[in-house]
Design a protein around this ligand. Structure first.
Ligand code: CA
Length: 227
């Protein structure tokens, strides 16, 4: 893993310094930024393989940094928060954080999450082929979705979920499998989040265009198919 570059955006200098030392010990190249604006600017340089981003930051909060960063970058982001705020967690993941860790945390846990995020980044193929399911088109290259050539506006997580289902069209996907792949870790072990996002997708596609693409397989999960 040596040599991968990690940016830490954290205003509490002691914590930032602590993480920096641990990461350097693991062989990562590390840079620290202590406010939102400076951090965003450095993150956007494209030099980093991963960003660790605190939520509570001066000048520009972590959510806003993430939102702006995601407009032009897919680099993995792990968010840090002072308390286990479920709303922060959901919001961060929805804006496009790859993972979330609550302070205080064990450094081993952060290291494990960094390794997972970097591995996922490497594994995510440059699969840019257009995926078509009936009138639905998912364009990974442009991160866009069309239905009957009309753009469908989706949040980052809605897109990730739909793309995953489209890649596995005509295959029954269990809630657990969806959770693991799209959310990437045990989301409180609670698959309800999958049901919630399925509802979002249905309202934006099935309901809006009066079609049936997302099917429930009772007691198991979901399947995306065109009938
Ligand atoms: Ca802070």
């Amino acid at each position: 893993m040596a040599g991968e570059k990690i940016l830490i955006i954290e205003d509490e200098v002691k914590i930032a310094r602590f993480i920096e030392l641990e990461l350097q010990y693991e062989g990562y190249a590390v840079e620290r930024q202590h406010d939102g604006r400076g951090g965003l600017e450095r993150a956007l340089s494209g030099e980093f393989d991963l960003v660790i981003l605190d939520v509570m930051l001066p000048s520009l909060n972590g959510m806003e940094v993430l939102r702006r960063f995601r407009q032009s970058s897919e680099t993995p982001v792990i968010m840090l928060t002072a308390k286990d705020e479920v709303t922060d967690k959901v919001m961060g993941l929805d804006i496009g954080a790859d993972d979330y860790i609550t302070k205080p945390f064990a450094i081993e846990e952060l290291l494990a999450r960094i390794r997972t995020a970097l591995k996922r980044k490497k594994a995510s193929p440059h699969n840019t082929a257009l995926i078509t399911v009936g009138d639905l088109q998912v364009n990974p290259d442009q991160h866009s979705v069309n239905f009957r050539n009309e753009p469908v506006e989706l949040t980052k997580k809605e897109y990730d979920l739909l793309k995953y289902m489209a890649e596995n069209r005509n295959v029954v996907l269990t809630r657990e499998k969806i959770l693991e792949t799209v959310w990437g870790y045990d989301y409180y072990g609670d698959t309800n989040v999958v049901d919630v996002y399925i509802r979002y997708l249905r309202s934006k596609i099935d309901d809006r265009y009066n079609v049936k693409l997302i099917h429930t397989v009772r007691g198991v999960g979901y399947i995306l198919k065109h009938e």
